[in-house]
Design a protein around this ligand. Structure first.
Ligand SMILES: [Zn+2]
Length: 316
């Protein structure tokens, strides 16, 4: 078995104003870096599948989905619910991105692939059930978790999020759930903590979800040692949760040199995080792992970090 790779051309249809960091060139940078590292030819291409409206409605409120599509159709340049650019092709890009992640889940859950990396945009982990924000319109990784449960009958899914920023949307989607464990490392005080009031270590889930939410905010300047210590805690927690599928919200804006933040993870640090999460997948989930791009805004650094990540997926 092998590693799948999805990066739909339609993701480029989501355009942004000049100077915006979440730009189409991000995916080109990843493709070029995978090629330069000699990894591209070893990956199995994955094409997006259709995203059923019923699945979208399991994660997002129908009124919000209608609003987002109406604002795109009306030619608005920014989503009214939060800091997110829009263009005429944004919904097409969103469906391609989500559909690519669902295709990866299908391939991994059906045993056709060992694992997969989805280089998609716009990103998703800030998109809450009732509002898009933080460059995110629809939460791809949340859809993927629900899809794995509905289509493939899995009971327990882990979402491990090493993006620079707290994935408030993913936390919100599953906070009272218990069947999807959300784990996040992020830079303390960075977006969107002040806005949402979320992302603190004391937020552990509620009701049936109690114990299935784990935040490890890291101080500005933290790097490989600090983030790996947090992921070691995750590995311990997974001995109890025993996920049947592992999803990664792979944000490479936690890398040193990223313009949006102050964490200092190295490329080797991302390789080690990848090995740690692969080990969780091996121990509990038959190795089933799907990684989904979130942030990462220094084009060169994004490519190098993604290549270090994918090299480990191929070695698994
Ligand atoms: Zn981010």
């Amino acid at each position: 078995m092998s590693t799948g790779f999805a990066s739909p051309a339609a993701c480029a249809a989501h355009r942004v104003a000049w100077g915006h960091p979440e730009r189409p060139e991000r995916l080109q940078a990843i493709a070029a870096a995978l090629e330069a590292a000699g990894l591209a030819a070893r990956l199995q291409p994955l094409a997006p599948v259709a995203v059923e409206p019923a699945l979208l409605a399991e994660v997002h409120e129908p009124a919000y989905l209608a609003l987002a599509q109406a604002e795109i159709a009306a030619g608005r340049r920014e989503l009214s619910t939060g800091d997110t650019p829009l263009s005429a092709g944004s919904w097409q890009a969103v469906l391609a991105a989500s559909g690519a992640v669902l295709a990866a889940v299908d391939a991994v859950c059906e045993g056709r692939l060992h694992n997969a990396f989805c280089a998609v945009r716009p990103p998703g982990h800030h998109a809450e059930p009732a509002r898009g924000m933080g460059f995110c319109i629809v939460n791809h990784v949340a859809l993927a978790a629900r899809h794995a449960q509905r289509r493939h009958g899995l009971e327990r899914v882990l979402i491990a999020d090493w993006d620079l920023h707290h994935g408030n949307g993913t936390q919100e989607a599953f906070y009272a759930d218990g069947s999807v464990f959300y784990f996040s490392t992020h830079e303390y005080g960075n977006y969107p903590m002040a806005l949402t009031g979320r992302g603190y270590a004391y937020e552990v889930g509620e009701g049936p979800g109690r114990g299935a939410n784990m935040n490890r905010p890291l101080p500005s300047g933290a790097g490989d040692a600090e983030i790996q210590a947090a992921f070691a805690e995750l590995a311990d927690a997974m001995e109890r949760f025993r996920p049947q599928l592992v999803l990664i919200s792979a944000g490479f804006d936690a890398r040193h040199g990223d313009p949006l933040g102050g964490l200092r993870v190295t490329d080797e640090g991302f390789a080690e995080l990848t090995r740690m999460v692969l080990e969780i997948a091996r121990a509990h989930a038959g190795g089933r792992l799907v990684s989904v791009l979130e942030g990462g805004y220094d084009l060169e650094g994004l490519g190098l970090a993604a290549a270090a990540h994918v090299r480990e997926l191929l070695e698994a």
